[in-house]
Design a protein around this ligand. Structure first.
Ligand SMILES: [Zn+2]
Length: 417
């Protein structure tokens, strides 16, 4: 039954609901070898296994002979090879290059095949022809994705911590524009949002930081004091008591931008959980924002790992919340299976988005990640069918919704046809 479900998933078109894929040209301009498969998230696993930043950089220094770089890499590969990140590598390796493993004996041959594959059309081959991805929503810092498959999302905040004069006087729209007041900065954001929308962006991404309540008076005062040079940098004493807080200026501006994005009919994507000091990225932080903006649609990313139930409960409580499984299937398959199982019991099925690869340069790995997503979802469905909780036909319908219809509708992708 699992195979049958996997087959059905292989037949349908997919919306890849979150990537960082840059224009294909960026990938083609890169020199590549076997180590391209270890760029992006696997970097974290290599460093946690004990590799130093310098050693990691050396892997991509093509002036150093590959034999030497392999010697650095091999002991760490043996340590990280069982993680879900690495599984996506191995699945993609098999699919595109025909090898079961990366070893002392084959790394040079694999590198040659990767070089050969790194040609114009690689995105189409991987995304469209192999993964059946119709659209991939990508955040690569530009709306000019140079591809009909890649649909851009842009960052919501382009002014860093919004805590110094340098940060606060930089226009997100046009660097030549002068900013003298907090309202100037908000106006520049509105222009940036409208321009991005005109250029094809379908949403903006923020994070579930512990925002304070937005207070215009407080924000304006602080902004003016920074611009007059009375305050050099917003200090932690001004920040509300929380894990680290944001600051009153950011709290206010962030809220104003959210309102405006919602008025434009665009979506706010929200990173939750895992990354650095993940305590400040708990999904719970975002509850006040969700409550203040019931008319805005929020796409909650990554199931908040490790605050999984907090994230799922946002979907249970708030009509304006969607739950996006981007990245989850390669964080841990076990967690993604449990989360999906629980989501089906908790969340209306139109609110679940099954897949987002979350890769940048190593486009091949989208296939490995997608395979793991399908595997996870099939595992849950088999269990539910065997327990008599779902019928096979229900599962087929849900598959089409979570892999295609739900993200397609949320991001209004019919305008891209
Ligand atoms: Zn991402």
């Amino acid at each position: 039954m699992k195979e049958k479900l996997m087959e059905i998933m292989d037949e349908i078109e997919i919306i890849d609901a979150h990537e960082h894929l840059p224009p294909e040209r960026v990938r083609l301009e890169r020199e590549v070898d076997v180590f391209i498969l270890f760029s992006h998230y696997t970097k974290g696993d290599l460093l946690r296994a004990g590799m130093t930043e310098d050693q990691y950089k050396t892997l991509f220094n093509y002036e150093i002979p590959i034999e030497k770089r392999w010697k650095i890499f091999e002991p760490f590969w043996n340590k990280i090879r069982y993680t879900s990140y690495s599984r996506a590598v191995l699945i993609s390796l098999k699919k595109f290059y025909g090898f079961d493993d990366i070893t002392e004996r084959n790394y040079i041959e694999i590198s040659e095949k990767i070089k050969e594959f790194n040609k114009k059309g690689i995105y189409k081959k991987v995304l469209k022809d192999t993964c059946k991805i119709k659209f991939a929503l990508t955040q690569c810092g530009t709306t000019k994705t140079e591809s009909e498959i890649l649909i851009p999302l842009m960052p919501l905040n382009k002014n860093g911590e919004m805590d110094t004069i340098e940060n606060l006087t930089r226009s997100p729209y046009d660097e030549n524009n002068k900013i003298k007041t907090i309202d100037d900065l908000i106006e520049e954001y509105k222009k940036y949002i409208l321009k991005s929308k005109e250029e094809g962006a379908v949403g903006f991404k923020t994070m579930s930081l512990p925002f304070g309540f937005p207070e215009r008076k407080k924000a304006k005062e602080l902004f003016n004091n920074i611009l007059k040079g009375k305050i050099k940098k917003i200090q932690p004493s001004i920040i509300p008591p929380s894990i680290t807080g944001t600051n009153p200026i950011f709290d206010y501006i962030h809220d104003e931008i959210i309102k405006f994005i919602g008025e434009q009919g665009l979506v706010i994507a929200v990173h939750t959980g895992y990354w650095g000091d993940f305590r400040r990225l708990s999904p719970e932080n975002f509850i006040p924002v969700l409550m203040r903006h019931p008319e805005v649609k929020f796409d909650i990313y990554h199931c908040g790992y490790p605050y999984v139930r907090e994230a799922i409960n946002l979907g249970k409580e708030f009509s304006n919340v969607y739950l996006n499984f981007a990245w989850t299937h390669i964080i841990s398959q076990k967690f993604a299976i449990d989360a999906f199982d629980e989501c089906l019991e908790m969340i209306p099925v139109n609110k679940i988005i099954a897949f987002g690869g979350d890769y940048s340069l190593p486009v091949e790995k989208v296939y490995g990640h997608l395979f793991m997503a399908k595997e996870n979802i099939a595992t849950v469905f088999v269990k539910k069918i065997e327990e008599g909780k779902l019928k096979f036909e229900d599962c087929v319908k849900i598959i089409k919704d979570i892999f295609f219809n739900n993200p397609y509708k949320l991001y209004n992708l019919s305008i891209k046809e």
